[in-house]
Ligand binder design. Structure first.
Ligand SMILES: CC(C)(COP(=O)(O)OP(=O)(O)OC[C@H]1O[C@@H](n2cnc3c(N)ncnc32)[C@H](O)[C@@H]1OP(=O)(O)O)[C@@H](O)C(=O)NCCC(=O)NCCS
Length: 156
């Protein structure tokens, strides 16, 4: 039986969370997006300092399975879930559900009345089953490649 612990981001997590992000996109979202889209979304070459700065700013929660980062997700003061990723080998075992429950509890205790996110086609059913509804759809151009996603929201 493996252990699941959720704790706040620590600065040393940045490289491990990059690996989670890349695995999540390239192993899981490949069902729904082309190789060009995956490469634009999660490039394997990246600016490690900028990544660490971004994580330091949004301060995600990190899910540790047997002490190793398996997923991460954040909630911002305006209810935005900015990043939400589970590594491919850890998917489908409840890590995403545990992170989502943690974000809900965090939001409620912080007086946040509404959660929202830009959600990939891969994650849309997961969010929908947890009460989020599609508010709009849009296409963004990332590193010259078009990516489509849905804006989803949920009143708490
Ligand atoms: C969407 C995502 C975050 C879900 O994370 P996850 O850890 O796989 O989620 P869970 O395992 O909690 O739940 C996924 C499914 O596995 C099933 N599951 C949950 N716990 C389980 C367990 N212990 N054993 C077997 N199956 C389980 C659930 O039934 C769930 O299905 P449901 O959505 O119908 O309820 C993950 O797939 C992901 O990172 N996707 C790619 C990146 C992405 O698109 N991120 C979002 C950007 S907006």
């Amino acid at each position: 039986m493996s252990s699941l612990v959720i704790r706040r981001y620590e600065p040393g997590d940045a490289p491990a969370l990059r690996a989670v992000f890349v695995s999540s996109v390239h192993d899981l979202a490949r069902r729904d997006y082309t190789p060009a889209q995956l490469g634009a979304w999660a490039p394997r070459e990246h600016d490690a300092e900028a990544w660490a700065r971004r994580l330091g700013a949004i301060r995600p929660f990190v899910a540790l399975v047997d002490g190793v980062p398996a997923g991460f997700a954040d909630v911002q003061p305006d209810g935005l879930l900015d990043l939400f990723y589970v590594a491919g080998p850890h998917a489908g075992r409840g890590v995403g559900t545990a992170l989502m429950e943690h974000l809900h509890a965090e939001a409620r205790s912080g007086g946040i009345g509404r959660l929202w996110s830009y959600v990939s086609r891969t994650a849309e059913p997961f969010f929908a089953r947890r009460g989020f509804v599609v508010e709009s759809r849009r296409v963004v151009t990332v590193r010259g490649v078009e990516l489509d996603h849905a804006r989803m929201g949920k009143v708490l």
